[in-house]
Design a binder for this molecule. Structure first.
Ligand SMILES: *Cc1c(COP(=O)(O)O)cnc(C)c1O
Length: 421
């Protein structure tokens, strides 16, 4: 469910017509709905209200400061994967005690940044990382709170580029080695073991892989406790999928997901952390774009937009589907065209969708890509020297630009020509 609906034939974000945003800010532009972000966050809170918990928003899915502030003010923790994301979470007012630090390649400088500013826990992904973190924390007179990310070797049944829980993936330590690695961790002077972490992939549309992984998590908790470790937190990761197609059977709801967690680990008395990204931000945003040209090709027509793969790379990168809809609702009986929807970038990969039926569009008309709030703006680039796509946040009947489109001057100003040229 989201708050992007037609009112009197025009697509709105909450109570704001998208035409108003296009006029004020220009296109392409990402538009987020505060009500939708809030609603999805609260669904996860409710799904875990049977226990002590922290819902850590995966910052990498949408890292705009305004989005982080909105969620942080609702009580969200943050799951971060870089020093930059740490800085963003803190700048948005989220205290260190609500930030968990994930990622396979943490740098010493990033560890120092988090330890200095305060951190809830590091999710450690390898033994070399564990050793380095211990050295860094010890040198600062601290013990770093850690969970070790364990790879449960389950098939998440999702796109191969976003599956992370199989033994061939680069993430975490093999579950068979957990006993040994936890023993090592317990002996390190700069480390305090607090829990276990798992994250098996993204856009999971079936609860079974979660069930399998979390059963292993429960067994491991008991085994590590028997070894003498004080396992008091379980980080269950993120990954719950969202409906990208309106006509599809929808993925399970946060409430059902919360029940899977409860069934698997509810009796262990641990504090529960989860790290949803896409499920909070995905349907909270759309990408708004204008039609530039209708072009007739051989056997197919092209709808050429002012948005391109540099603004939304998911279709080019993962073959991902986004519903593309006209901002002006089609009149009944309007002529329908069938289009390959493309951007202006000089790559054939700059194709958003093929053979899409869209009614009565003309140059200048607006279209919206639905479900674009996650892994959209954060992956945008300035390829082809197209200014970085701006972002807008809507709440009720008002909106604000939360990232402005850079001017050409600002873009060029980032480069320097050395004096010896
Ligand atoms: C990407 C990621 C998430 C969020 O995944 P979603 O599918 O967006 O929920 C959570 N935890 C970790 C460690 C991640 O890498």
């Amino acid at each position: 469910m989201d708050h992007f609906n037609y009112v009197d034939g025009w697509l709105h974000a909450e109570d704001v017509p998208l035409t108003r945003i296009a006029e004020a800010v220009g296109t392409p532009v990402y538009v987020y709905s505060a009500a939708t972000l809030t609603r999805h966050f609260k669904l996860f809170q409710q799904a875990l209200d049977w226990t002590d918990h922290l819902v850590c928003f995966a910052v990498k899915s949408n890292s705009n400061l305004a989005v982080l502030k909105l969620l942080g003010d609702l009580g969200a923790g943050m799951d971060i994967v870089s020093g930059g994301e740490y800085a963003r979470a803190r700048a948005a007012g989220v205290p260190g005690e609500r930030i968990v630090f994930s990622g396979v390649g943490k740098l010493e400088s990033e560890m120092r940044l988090a330890l200095t500013g305060g951190i809830r826990q590091f999710n450690v992904e390898s033994e070399p990382e564990l050793e380095l973190l211990s050295r860094v924390a010890h040198s600062m007179g601290l013990r770093a709170p850690i969970a070790i990310r364990v790879n449960p070797d389950v098939d998440a049944k999702t796109h191969e580029k976003i599956a992370t829980g199989k033994s061939e993936n680069k993430f975490g330590i093999p579950i068979a080695r957990a006993h040994e690695v936890y023993a090592r961790a317990a002996r390190l002077p700069g480390i305090e073991v607090v829990g276990i972490d798992m994250h098996i992939g993204s856009q999971l549309t079936d609860l079974d892989p979660f069930r399998q992984a979390y059963a292993k998590m429960a067994d491991l908790t008991r085994a590590l406790r028997a070894d003498g470790h004080d396992i008091r937190r379980l980080d269950m990761g993120g990954g719950l999928g969202i409906p990208y197609r309106r006509d599809n059977s929808a993925p399970p709801l946060p409430l059902e997901y919360g029940q899977v967690i409860r069934d698997a680990v509810g009796d262990l008395g641990c504090e529960i952390e989860i790290e949803p990204g896409r499920n909070i931000s995905g349907n909270g945003g759309i990408l708004l774009s204008s039609v530039v040209y209708l072009k007739e090709g051989e056997g197919r027509d092209f709808l050429i937009l002012d948005a391109a793969m540099n603004d939304l790379i998911r279709p080019a990168m993962y073959g991902a589907h986004h519903d593309i809809v006209p901002v002006r609702e089609a009149a009944l009986g309007a002529e329908v065209g069938r289009f390959d929807v493309v951007g202006p970038v000089c790559e054939t990969g700059d194709t958003f969708a093929k053979g899409v039926d869209l009614p009565g569009l003309a140059p200048g008309d607006l279209v919206a890509f639905r479900s674009a709030g996650a892994y959209g703006a954060v992956m945008a680039s300035e390829y082809n020297s197209r200014p970085l796509v701006p972002e807008v946040l809507v709440q009720g009947d008002h909106f604000a630009v939360i990232r402005a489109r850079p001017t050409l001057e600002e873009m060029l100003g980032r480069d320097t020509i050395p004096e010896w040229l």
